[in-house]
Design a protein around this ligand. Structure first.
Ligand SMILES: Nc1ncnc2c1ncn2[C@@H]1O[C@H](COP(=O)(O)OP(=O)(O)OP(=O)(O)O)[C@@H](O)[C@H]1O
Ligand SMILES: [Mg+2]
Length: 307
C-alpha cells in the first residue's frame, strides 16, 4: 500500500503505560507491514518528534497510551508539526482522559452514568457514603489503568482514602461513584459504527491493574451475554458517548457497567484503546469479521480523510 507513503508507528513514549504501548506498537507495525505499508517504529522517548518531518514521514500511527500520548499533548504537537495522525484529536483526547468532564457532558445529554460526587477537602464524607451507599468506588478523574481506584466498603473509610489519594498529588478531581454490581462491558466504535459488545469478567474483585495486564484469567466474552435489546442499546450509547466527547469517525472504546437490576450505565471512554492482538477492540473487530491487519488499515485510512 504505497498510497500511504512512509508511516511512523509511534510507540513507547514517556507514560507508565510504556510497556503496553510497545506491545500495541509491535503488533500494529507487523500488521501494517503485512499489508505492504512502508511502516517504521518511532519512539518519541528516543527520537525527537520533530524528526518525523525531517525523516519524511507522511503520517503517524499513534499508539502511545497514557499521559502525553492519549491526553491531547502529542496530538497538539503533531498538529503544530503538520503531521497527520491516527485516532482522536486534541479535544476528544483531553476529554477522554478526564472522567469528570466527560461525565458532565454525558449527564448534560441525558445519557445514563452512575450517580457520583466530586470529593473536596471540605466534603461531608459521611453524607456522600450515605447518599451513594456502600460499597462505593473512589477514583482519581485523570489517571488510567485502574491506578488509585478503590472499593470503599466501610463507613468512615472514604475520607481516609481521599486523603491518601490527595497526598499523591494526582491530576484532577477525585470522584466517588455508586457501586454497580451487575457486570462490566465494553463496546468499540470505528467510523461511527459500533462493534459487538464484550463482557469482561475480572479475575480479581474488580478490573484492577493486575487483572488488566498481569493475569491471564480475566474472562472476555464476545459475543457478550447481552440480549438483543441491550446489545442495541449499548451500541447506541457507545456511539452517542463517543460522539459527545468529539471522537468523530475515529476508533475508540466506551466501557459500561450494569446495576443489580440490569440497567446499563456509561463508565468511561477510551480514545486510544489497546491494540495488541489480544486487546479488546481487535477481539470485537474479529467478531464483526474484521481481521487485525484490516482494522489497522481502516484506522490509518481515517487519518487521511478530511475531518
Ligand atoms: N462504579 C463502579 N461500580 C463497579 N465497579 C467499578 C466502578 N467504578 C470502577 N469499577 C471497577 O474498577 C475498574 C477501574 O475503574 P475505571 O474504569 O473507572 O478506571 P480506570 O480503569 O483506571 O480507567 P482507564 O480505563 O482509563 O484506565 C473498572 O474496570 C471496574 O472493574
Ligand atoms: Mg477503566
Amino acid at each position: 500500500m504505497k498510497e500511504f507513503g512512509k508511516v511512523a508507528v509511534l510507540m513507547g513514549g514517556f507514560s507508565s503505560e510504556r510497556e503496553v504501548s510497545l506491545n500495541s506498537g509491535a503488533a500494529i507495525l507487523a500488521a501494517l507491514k503485512s499489508k505492504g505499508v512502508d511502516a517504521h517504529a518511532f519512539d518519541p522517548k528516543e527520537t525527537d518528534l520533530s524528526e518525523l518531518k525531517t525523516q519524511g514521514f507522511q503520517a503517524a500511527f499513534n499508539t502511545l497510551h497514557g499521559s502525553y500520548g492519549e491526553d491531547g499533548t502529542v496530538q497538539g504537537a503533531l498538529e503544530a508539526l503538520g503531521v497527520r495522525y491516527t485516532g482522536c484529536g486534541v479535544l476528544a483526547s483531553a476529554l477522554g482522559m478526564d472522567k469528570y468532564r466527560s461525565k458532565l457532558l454525558w449527564q448534560a445529554l441525558g445519557l445514563p452514568i452512575p450517580p457520583f460526587a466530586v470529593l473536596r477537602d471540605d466534603s461531608d464524607f459521611a453524607k456522600v457514603e450515605q447518599e451513594l451507599g456502600l460499597p462505593l468506588f473512589i477514583k482519581p478523574a485523570a489517571e488510567g489503568s485502574s491506578v488509585g481506584v478503590h472499593k470503599i466498603k466501610q463507613a468512615g473509610e472514604l475520607q481516609q482514602k481521599y486523603r491518601e489519594l490527595r497526598a499523591q498529588n494526582l491530576h484532577g478531581e477525585i470522584l466517588a461513584e455508586q457501586f454497580m454490581s451487575g457486570g462490566e462491558y465494553t463496546c468499540g466504535v470505528i467510523n461511527r459504527q459500533a462493534l459487538p459488545s464484550i463482557r469482561i469478567i475480572p479475575a480479581n474483585e474488580f478490573y484492577d491493574y493486575e487483572a488488566k495486564y498481569q493475569r491471564d484469567d480475566t474472562v472476555y466474552m464476545c459475543p457478550s451475554d447481552l440480549n438483543d435489546e441491550d446489545e442495541k442499546l449499548m451500541r447506541n450509547l457507545a456511539l452517542q458517548a463517543f460522539a459527545a466527547i468529539g471522537g468523530g469517525n475515529n476508533c475508540g472504546r466506551v466501557d459500561f457497567l450494569k446495576d443489580a437490576d440490569g440497567k446499563l450505565y456509561i463508565l468511561e471512554s477510551n480514545t486510544l484503546p489497546g491494540m495488541t492482538d489480544h486487546s479488546l477492540i481487535p477481539k470485537a473487530a474479529k467478531q464483526a469479521g474484521i481481521e487485525f491487519a484490516d482494522l489497522c488499515i481502516q484506522i490509518l485510512k481515517i487519518a487521511y480523510e478530511v475531518q
